[in-house]
Design a protein around this ligand. Sequence first.
Ligand code: FAD
Ligand code: UDP
Length: 371
Amino acid sequence: MAVYEYDYLIVGSGLFGAVFAYEAKKAGKKCLVIDKRRQLGGNVFCKNIEGINVHAYGAHIFHTDDKFIWDYVNQFTAFHPYINSPIANYNGSLFNLPFNMNTFYKLWGTKTPTEARLKIADQISQLNITKPKNLEEQALLMVGPEIYEKLIKHYTEKQWGRKATELPAFIIKRLPLRFTFNNNYFNDKYQGIPIGGYNKIIGGLLGGVETKVGIDYFYNKKELDAIARKIVFTGKIDEFFNYKFGELEYRSLNFVEEILQIDDFQGNAVINYCDACVPFTRIIEHKHFEFGKQKYTVITKEFPLSGMKANEPFYPIKDSANMKRYGQYQSLAKDLPNFIFGGRLAEYQYYDMHQVIGSALKKVKQELSNF
Ligand code: FAD
Ligand code: UDP
């Protein structure tokens, strides 16, 4: 029988890989975590600039309804009681998000839920949609044509690089629609930002686990496969199978960061730009996630771009063609008993952090019970 140096080689040090490694180590298994980036943490990595934790791969707000997952992340650091309340800028005017009584009042002067509901119902009654087939129809049925045109259509088409009629409806269902004066972007019971940034969580998960950064699994796949009894793969599933059935499509972002010699640029962590003529989708001002009082501030503009090959694969475009292709890769993956595929890229899922943690905990439990 072959003798392996490690029980698990974990490809990718994002939340999926880090949770898997933490649980496997706790069960006495020997793991090596590798990452092709120069640092650990995947998309939750934070860099410290001027004493501010800058979310290097886009704004990350932790939220969950699951007490177990909330307690799990709180083992590693306490959280700031941050509630995400983004603002939308359309044609120079500011609106509260998600769509709620503050948004409706600003748009129409409606002061009660009944007035707002009637206004939306009146706009929707002029449409001829019963079963929404795409994002546009879903959004029109939710909020009517005026909010759709001002706050959804152009933001969405910039973000995804295609028409809202060509996008799946589920994407817009991420946003709450409320008839109360409540600007909380999420409905979940627990929400916050880790004190000291997400590196605290990754550091806690990977403490005592052997890690190597700057190593691309595919450059050395054969040798790396030989050192561990099993491989946990959290990279792109289409790349793993050498794009045999074609590329899975992603949307990516170019982050343009500025350090400003002022203490406050926009008074809020997230401001979305909903006009077609503004090339970025949002500006993040990182210090507001942790209520920072630093002398200076750091902002990041997010410019959407295609996620093909050279760019970072951030958002899976889960339309029917991509899902069909993903199904083909998934059936190949099922035939590889020594490989575990998990996380946003290997499962081709638009996972939030709590969902990735949930998925990793489920898979590692299953795996360890069969070890
Ligand atoms: P990743 O974090 O992508 O980690 C995968 C790792 O694998 C990467 O470090 C990569 O370098 C490495 N890797 C890939 N291929 C190889 C290879 N060949 N060799 C070696 N290493 C490899 N979630 C929320 O809950 N709230 C938010 O506000 C939120 N905002 C987001 C904003 C943006 C812009 C994005 C893109 C995502 C956001 N998310 C948010 C989702 C969150 O980032 C993910 O759910 C989570 O980080 C995914 O973890 P993961 O381990 O699956 O993948
Ligand atoms: N969206 C929009 N206008 C906004 C914010 C979001 O139309 O001001 C749409 C857009 O299609 C986006 C989706 O809602 O992709 C989900 O938004 P969310 O903020 O959840 O996206 P993420 O945090 O994943 O970038």
